[in-house]
Design a protein around this ligand. Structure first.
Ligand code: NAP
Length: 317
């Protein structure tokens, strides 16, 4: 019933960090960002054929969407796919807060449709899901997905959409070596059985699994992610060392291997890109082969870290 099948890439590009001001240490991520740097990221991604960009209205309260729309306007709209999200937490009081929020996102992005529109969090599935139906019918939204929903919420949303001839076409949850709740809860199996793409977010645990950060070189002071991750960096070392060692044998780096692990598990990782050369890492990641022994060793080391990286906005699955 949707206009075409969702084109699922091997890897999608995340822009939560683009909602920060770009000043080092400022905001959620605290990564230094410049307009020229973001344009270079987009150029490299375009050249490499990575074309699905994930954002949300709440990332910097419109800033990520606005900056992304600005950066991508150098390309024909058909060259890239935009994925953004409705968030009930900031819903307005009009007749259709979902349609209203989509209009805001379209204006921020400088476009008249999004390829993929998500319900960001499962506030009230029967209340919000039906609002997606007219947006699909109007063509302002090509495909819909649900994020941070557990299996019964996914099935309920799918049933509501199904009554109108649509379906949940994508799932987006936190999924990394350190956080495999969607796998444990059967959501990955459900997606595989139903032929629904599972988009894995925070595969690099916001940089903590990149191997770049350590107790001596922590995540940017003043950023929100530093508060979450800096205290656990010592426990992560054996895992990031193993990621690096596997990468070395294939001319790749630790984050490339973490991304390759998510691909090997059947998911589409959404990787937050803040630096042009991270696109090179994604190119390497899609060609890495991991053996089942590599995967088992990485998961055993991840379990041994004994850390819990559940986000403050996430529920137990
Ligand atoms: N639906 C949801 O609720 C939800 C929640 C979270 C995220 N997301 C989506 O998923 C995307 C990904 O998550 P995320 O950005 O939070 O975290 P992430 O992808 O786990 O980590 C991104 C961070 O890792 C570092 N990094 C990325 N590539 C690297 C490389 N090749 N080498 C070394 N470091 C690298 C960068 O940090 P530095 O800048 O410090 O180098 C970057 O900011 C988000 O941007 C967003 O689109 C969705």
């Amino acid at each position: 019933m949707t206009i075409d099948n969702l084109k699922t890439p091997k890897v999608a590009l995340g822009t939560w960090a683009w909602g920060d001001s770009g000043k080092a240490g400022d905001g959620y991520f605290g990564s230094p960002l410049t307009q020229a740097g973001l344009e270079e990221i987009a150029d490299k991604a375009h050249a490499a054929g990575f074309s699905l960009w994930d954002t949300a209205i709440v990332y910097g309260m419109g800033r990520s969407e606005t900056v992304l729309g600005e950066v991508l306007k150098r390309y024909p709209r058909s060259d890239y796919q935009l994925s953004t999200k409705f968030n009930a937490r900031i819903a307005g009081t009009g007749d259709d807060p979902v349609a209203d929020m989509l209009e805001q996102s379209l204006a921020n992005l400088g476009t008249d449709y999004v390829n993929l529109y998500w319900i960001h969090n499962p506030a009230d599935v029967p209340r919000w899901t039906p609002h997606l139906i007219p947006l699909l019918k109007s063509g302002k939204v090509n495909h819909v997905g649900v994020s941070n929903h557990n299996l019964s919420e996914i099935k309920l949303a799918d049933q509501i959409l199904g009554e109108a001839g649509f379906r949940v076409e994508a799932i987006q949850n936190h999924y990394s070596l350190l956080y495999r709740s969607s796998e444990d809860a059967g959501i990955l199996d459900y997606c595989r059985n139903q032929g629904i793409p599972f988009f894995a977010y925070m595969v690099l645990e916001q940089g903590a699994l990149s191997g770049k950060y350590s107790p001596e070189n922590p995540l940017p002071e003043g950023s929100s992610r530093a508060e979450t991750y800096n205290g656990m960096l010592p426990q992560l070392k054996a895992l990031t060392d193993k990621l690096a060692a596997i990468g070395e044998s294939q001319g790749a780096a630790a984050p490339d291997v973490a991304t390759a692990w998510a691909i090997a598990k059947g998911t589409t990782p959404i990787i937050g890109v803040t630096t042009p050369h991270y696109i090179d890492g994604l190119v390497r990641a899609v060609s890495i082969t991991l053996t089942s022994d590599d995967i088992a060793e990485l998961e055993a080391l991840a379990d041994a870290t004994n850390v819990n990286t559940r986000g403050f906005w996430e529920q137990e699955m």
